[in-house]
Ligand binder design. Structure first.
Ligand SMILES: Cc1cc2nc3c(=O)[nH]c(=O)nc-3n(C[C@H](O)[C@H](O)[C@H](O)COP(=O)(O)OP(=O)(O)OC[C@H]3O[C@@H](n4cnc5c(N)ncnc54)[C@H](O)[C@@H]3O)c2cc1C
Length: 470
C-alpha cells in the first residue's frame, strides 16, 4: 500500500470539490490537497451528461470563483434570447479540465487522483490497477459527494424494460442520424424534470412533429423564470424587485401552493400546464420562450410513474396505455436532487459540503472554504453556515428561502465573508452591486427595501416551514 500526506483529502472532483479547493488555495496559502474521483476527468456528473445539456443558470455565476466561465455574452437568438449565455455541457467539462491543468495542478499544492474509488478511512483504490493508497490527513476529509447527483447515463432504473421495447437515454438522440432506417415513428419522454424539458425541446427543435411525442409526467414542477436570475447591472432592478415580491408574497401566503400561485401572477414562477398544480420544485430555471416551445407537446400522460415498458404498451402506477408502432422511450427519470438529512458542515476531521445558499452549489462550496480558512473552531464555523435541508416537493420552498436568507444575513454581517462575497463572481448580485457603487449609487436604494421585505417574511416563512415538516 502506498502512502501520501496532505492537509485536505477531497473526495469528488465535481463542481463542489473543485470550487472548495479553488477558493482555499487563495484563502490559505499553505494548504495542500489530494483530490480523488472515480471519473477519468474533472467535472463530476458533467462527464456523463447528454451532449445537448446546458447550464440552466447563467454561466456568469457558475464554476470556480477564480476563473470566468464564458464571455458574459447576452444571447441574441434562441429561447434564451436577451439573457446571459448558458454554457453547454462540453464547455463546462472543458472549463473544469482547464481549471485543473491551468490553476489547481500548477499551484504545486494539489495532487489529483482520477480513476480512483474512495474506500473510506482515508484510503482510495485505483479502479484499473487495484492499488490502494492511504492518506495521512493533517486537517480534514472534505466530502463533496453529499448531493449524489444522478443522471440518466448512470442512474439505476426503477422500471422494467421487456425485450422488444426500445429505450434510449437523452444522450443517444443526437446519434439517431447514423441509422436512418431506425428513425423512430413515435417518442415517449419519461419524467417530469429538467432533463425531460431539455429532451422535449431537443426533439421539437430537431424537427419532430409535436404529435409524434408523448410525455409521461408523474408530477408537474414549478420553474423559476430565468429573467429573475440574471447577474448583470442591466437586470439589477428587475432581479431585486423579484426578490422583494417573493418576500412580500412569502409574508402573507396561507399555504405554499398560494405562495407559488402568487409568484406565478408576478411572472416569477412558471409552469407548463396552467390547469395542473405542481407538486415538485428543484429550483429549475427556464425562460418563457422554452415554456412556449414545450407547451406544443400536448399528449401528456399523468398516470404516475412508469413501472414496465413493452414494445407496444407501457405500464404506469395508475394504469396501462398502448403506444404506437416503432416507439422510442427516452429515460429522463434520474433525479438530480436527492433529499437527505443534513449534518453539521464542520465536524472534527471532516467537512461535509451541503447547501447553504440554495441553489448556488459552487457559491456554497467557495464560502465554505472562506469559513474554513478564516475561523478557528467548528462551533464558530458552523454558526456561519447552517446547512439548508432540501425537500423535493414544493413544501421545501419555505425552508430553503428561510435557510438561505438566514445564512445570507450572517454572511452580510461578517466582514470577512461580506468582503469576499462583494468580489466574488459566484454571487450573482455582487458584480452588479460593485458596478453600481462606482457608477450609479442611487440605484442601490432598492437593497434596503429588499432587506426590510425579507425580515418581514420571516414569521410566516417559519410557519410555512414548520407546517411542511409535520
Ligand atoms: C443536467 C444538470 C444540469 C445542472 N445545471 C445546473 C446549473 O445550471 N446550475 C447549478 O448551480 N447547478 C446545476 N446542476 C446541479 C449540479 O448538481 C451542480 O451543478 C454540480 O455540478 C454538482 O456538483 P457536485 O460536485 O456536487 O457533484 P458531481 O458532479 O456528481 O461530483 C461528485 C463527484 O464525486 C465522485 N465520487 C462520488 N463518490 C465517490 C467515491 N466513493 N470515490 C470516488 N469518487 C466519488 C463522482 O464520481 C463525481 O465525479 C445541474 C445538474 C444536472 C444533472
Amino acid at each position: 500500500m502506498s502512502e501520501l500526506e496532505t492537509d485536505y483529502l477531497v473526495v469528488g472532483a465535481g463542481a463542489v470539490g473543485l470550487s472548495f479547493v479553488d477558493t482555499l488555495l487563495d484563502e490559505d496559502p499553505d494548504a495542500t490537497f489530494v483530490i480523488v474521483d472515480r471519473h477519468a476527468k474533472p467535472g463530476g456528473h458533467w462527464n456523463d451528461a447528454y451532449s445537448f445539456v446546458t447550464l440552466h443558470q447563467p454561466s456568469a455565476s457558475y464554476g470556480l470563483d477564480s476563473i470566468p466561465l464564458g464571455h458574459d455574452r447576452i444571447d441574441t437568438a434562441g429561447p434564451n434570447k436577451g439573457y446571459f449565455e448558458l454554457a453547454s455541457g462540453a464547455e463546462v467539462l472543458a472549463y473544469f479540465d482547464n481549471a485543473m491543468r491551468d490553476r489547481l495542478l500548477p499551484s504545486g499544492r494539489v495532487a489529483y487522483y482520477p480513476n480512483c474509488n474512495y474506500l473510506g478511512d482515508h484510503r482510495f483504490e485505483n479502479i484499473f490497477s487495484g492499488s490502494v493508497t492511504e492518506v495521512q490527513v493533517r486537517r480534514k476529509l472534505v466530502d463533496s459527494t453529499y448531493f449524489e447527483t444522478s443522471v440518466p447515463a448512470t442512474h439505476k432504473r426503477q422500471f422494467d424494460v421487456e425485450p422488444g421495447a426500445r429505450l434510449a437515454i437523452p444522450g443517444d438522440l443526437p446519434d439517431l442520424w447514423r441509422r436512418p432506417a431506425d428513425i423512430p415513428g413515435h417518442y415517449v419522454i419519461l419524467g417530469g424534470g429538467k432533463t425531460a424539458m431539455d429532451t422535449g425541446a431537443w426533439l421539437l427543435q430537431a424537427g419532430i412533429d409535436s404529435g409524434r411525442i408523448s410525455w409521461v409526467r408523474p408530477r408537474e414542477t414549478w420553474f423559476l423564470n430565468r429573467e429573475f436570475v440574471q447577474p448583470g447591472e442591466q437586470f439589477f432592478e428587475r432581479v431585486i424587485e423579484g426578490q422583494i415580491a417573493t418576500f412580500k408574497e412569502a409574508a402573507s401566503a396561507d399555504t405554499v401552493d398560494d405562495l407559488f400561485l402568487a409568484l406565478e401572477k408576478r411572472d416569477i414562477m412558471l409552469r407548463l400546464d396552467r390547469d395542473v398544480l405542481p407538486e415538485m420544485f428543484h429550483y429549475p430555471v427556464i425562460s418563457t420562450g422554452e415554456v412556449e416551445l414545450l407547451r406544443r407537446i400536448e399528449h401528456v400522460i399523468r398516470m404516475g410513474r412508469v413501472t414496465r415498458l413493452e414494445e407496444r404498451k407501457m405500464y404506469l402506477r395508475n394504469g396501462e396505455l398502448p403506444v404506437p408502432d416503432n416507439t422510442l422511450y427516452i429515460d429522463c427519470t434520474a433525479s438530480a436532487v436527492r433529499p437527505k438529512p443534513t449534518r453539521p458542515q464542520f465536524e472534527p476531521g471532516r467537512i461535509t459540503m451541503q447547501l447553504l445558499h440554495v441553489p448556488l452549489v459552487t457559491l456554497n462550496a467557495s464560502v465554505t472554504a472562506v469559513i474554513e480558512a478564516n475561523f478557528d473552531t467548528d462551533e464558530e464555523k458552523n454558526a456561519l453556515g447552517l446547512p439548508v435541508g432540501f425537500i423535493d416537493t414544493i413544501d421545501g420552498f419555505a425552508m430553503t428561502l428561510l435557510g438561505t436568507g438566514m445564512n445570507r444575513m450572517r454572511w452580510a454581517q461578517n466582514p470577512v465573508i461580506g468582503n469576499w462575497l462583494a468580489k466574488s463572481r459566484l454571487d450573482p448580485s455582487a458584480k452588479a452591486i460593485a458596478w453600481l457603487r462606482e457608477n450609479a449609487p442611487e440605484r442601490l436604494a432598492v437593497i434596503s427595501r429588499m432587506m426590510a421585505a425579507s425580515m418581514a417574511a420571516v414569521p410566516n416563512l417559519q410557519r410555512l416551514a414548520a407546517t411542511a415538516q409535520q
